[in-house]
Design a binder for this molecule. Structure first.
Ligand SMILES: O=C(O)C(=O)C[C@]1(C(=O)O)C=C[C@@H](O)C=C1
Length: 322
């Protein structure tokens, strides 16, 4: 089982992949294919890398509790033939990581740091901390938080300019690259969390339903979050493109859910990229297409949209990480 994730080792995407596969999915342990961007992580489902490796599943961040939607992942859900088979909410606890030798000067403190590296999400999620403790530092964006940690470790070994550098990344990334965490829990909100999706090629979906073994995956229902009555809490995600820009288009799409007594869990609009002011609506709701009310609602949404893409029906995997 090959699983593509944003790399290098120590990224939050890697942590999410381990939780998906080790705590909730019955199957062989995954071989992780580390990718240089979220886009490449999804592309790896369709195109081999330089070693001839193709992934069976991809793990992507989709939404953060502080910063909201991860735009590139949202766009890929529309553009690529992928289906969602599970979700996970990962607590994201950022650390300020510096090379051990920088901390050995007697007067070291975070305000001595001159350059800070992180993924844009990492920098946004720690805005208040940066404002307060790293005011004078130059901020440099990297492709992932773990790439930031790797870069700080490399610069510490190879750069002669004597600058004090730090990365904002996970404690796991700190361990992977031998950096010291001089501060932890530096995100603006202690409950910061990111929702990750597990994706497969849509063509694999019938195989997953009929013979889970053919895809090598079986999601254990006891590890999925449950409703009050003990049933698995299933969600469905769709993307609807309105027929034309006129008053009430979104209202009529949402009315289909209201009339069928369906609870929405998320609605987000993304530019269609065709012209300014034209949007696609991403809607997550409780239930699955085999439920009569969901089937009825989807028929109405189909009639009221120029395009309806059903991204998948899936359960939420319960993480054991705080
Ligand atoms: O950079 C990483 O470590 C990632 O896995 C990406 C990512 C994201 O894009 O949201 C994932 C979780 C955190 O929100 C910060 C960064």
């Amino acid at each position: 089982m090959k699983v593509s994730v944003l790399g290098p080792a120590g990224s939050y995407s890697e942590i999410a992949a381990h939780i998906f596969f080790e705590t909730a999915i019955d199957g062989p342990s995954p071989e992780l294919l580390f990718c240089s961007s979220i886009e490449n992580t999804v592309m790896r489902l369709f195109e081999e890398d330089e070693n001839g490796d193709l992934s069976n599943c991809a793990v992507v961040p989709i939404e953060n509790s502080i910063e909201g939607a991860v735009g590139v992942s949202m766009d890929l859900l529309l553009e690529k033939d992928v289906s969602v088979i599970a979700e996970l909410i990962l607590p994201v606890r950022h650390c300020l990581l510096v090379p051990e030798k920088s901390t050995q000067t007697p007067d070291f403190s975070p305000d001595k740091i001159e350059v800070v590296y992180s993924h844009p999400q990492g920098l946004y999620q720690c805005r208040s901390y940066i404002q307060k403790h790293l005011k004078g530092a130059v901020l440099i964006e990297t492709d992932s938080t773990s790439k930031a940690a790797m870069r700080v470790a490399e610069m510490s070994d190879n750069s002669a300019d004597g600058k004090v550098r730090a990365a904002i990344a996970s404690a796991e990334a700190g361990k992977a690259y031998g950096l010291k965490a001089v501060d932890c829990q530096i995100q603006d909100n202690l409950n910061n969390s990111t929702r990750f999706l597990l994706l497969i090629r849509s063509e694999s979906l019938p195989l997953l339903k009929i013979h889970a073994g053919d895809v090598g995956l079986h999601i254990l229902p006891e590890n999925l979050s449950q409703t009050g009555s003990g049933d698995v809490f299933y969600k469905t995600s769709i993307i609807a493109a309105p027929i034309q820009d006129r008053p009430g288009v979104l209202f009529h799409i949402l009315e289909a859910f209201y009339e069928n007594d369906i609870n929405l869990t998320r609605i987000e609009s993304r530019p269609s990229k065709k012209s300014l002011g034209e949007y696609n609506f991403y809607i997550d709701f409780e239930g699955r297409p085999s439920d009569k009310n969901v089937d009825d609602a989807l028929k109405l949404v189909q009639e009221r949209s120029s395009r309806l893409k059903i991204l998948g029906t899936y359960g939420r995997i319960l993480p054991n990480r705080q």
